[in-house]
Ligand binder design. Structure first.
Ligand code: F6R
Length: 259
């Protein structure tokens, strides 16, 4: 892992946007997108570069990590809707090229399997953006998720439903079930970029980066992936034991690598 520690959320957004923009300029065509608050600064920066610097997403398709069961794409809190409003509509990625699990399918279990297959056949995902929850989930792989899991239907923890209630009129409106890419599915992406900001995420970040490999902290599976870049602000880095070394390593990178 290459841990990048930045001062603030906005700088994390710039660093993660650098990674995505470099990849797209070098021919990456498949992006994996997260929703929630963490990647918003990345999306804002990419939209700015698209408008001001002509960064083109003309050849890009996108796959979402997850979707609520029961919310149609027209629902303002469905992730299919959120990602268009926050990002893809603003950079010219046609909605037909923005793929998400079908949370209103008659058979959501088959829909999950089909989504996994679609990622496999259209992929691999070149760069996958990830957020992390306070309980260590990525995608909606809640604690206890198999580290090799595939896209499937999951039940949200009450903590996650409360965390996400801010996007709804109340916790009762937050669906109980989701379709999420599995941890095994996520780990097939070429480059994973995890964005975490704020002290609330510090424990989860430390567990993901430095803790034991365990289903109790699903994000610890990232330790098995050959190319992961956690981009965290100082507050989210607060519990990293090796933070000083990560800063040192970033300043003393081998010459062929860049940031
Ligand atoms: C969203 C997702 C989740 C969030 C996580 C953190 O697509 O996959 O894993 O990234 O719940 O959410 P925020 O960023 O809102 O704190």
């Amino acid at each position: 892992m290459e841990v990048v520690i930045r001062q603030h959320d906005q700088q994390c957004g710039v660093t993660a946007a650098d990674i995505v923009a470099d990849a797209v300029r070098c021919g990456a065509t498949t992006l994996g997108l997260a929703t929630g608050s963490s990647p918003l600064s990345v999306y804002r920066e990419l939209i700015r570069r698209h408008r001001k610097e002509g960064l083109s997403f003309a050849d890009v398709q996108a796959f979402l990590l997850d979707e609520y069961v029961g919310l149609p794409p027209s629902h303002p809190q469905s992730y299919a809707h959120v990602i268009r409003a926050e990002f893809t509509d603003h950079v010219g990625i046609d909605s037909a090229r923005v793929h998400s699990p079908n949370g209103i399918a008659d058979d959501i279990f088959t829909a999950a399997t089909e989504y996994d297959t679609q990622i496999g056949t259209s992929g691999p995902i070149d760069v996958q953006l990830l957020g992390i929850a306070t309980n260590g989930h990525i995608g909606f792989n809640e604690p206890g998720s198999s580290l090799g899991s595939r896209t499937r239907v999951k039940t949200l923890t009450e903590q996650t439903r409360h965390d996400n209630a801010r996007f709804f009129t109340g916790v009762d409106e937050v669906p109980r079930h989701v379709i999420t890419q599995g941890l095994g599915t996520i780990c097939e992406a070429r480059h994973l970029v995890l964005i975490a900001t704020g002290s609330r995420k510090a424990e989860a970040v430390a567990a993901a980066v430095e803790g034991p490999l365990t289903a109790s902290y699903p994000a610890s599976v990232l330790q098995l992936h050959p190319h992961v870049t956690p981009v965290v602000d100082e507050a989210a880095a607060g519990q990293l034991k090796n933070a000083d070394f990560y800063r040192y390593a970033l300043k003393n990178k081998p010459p062929q690598q860049k940031y």
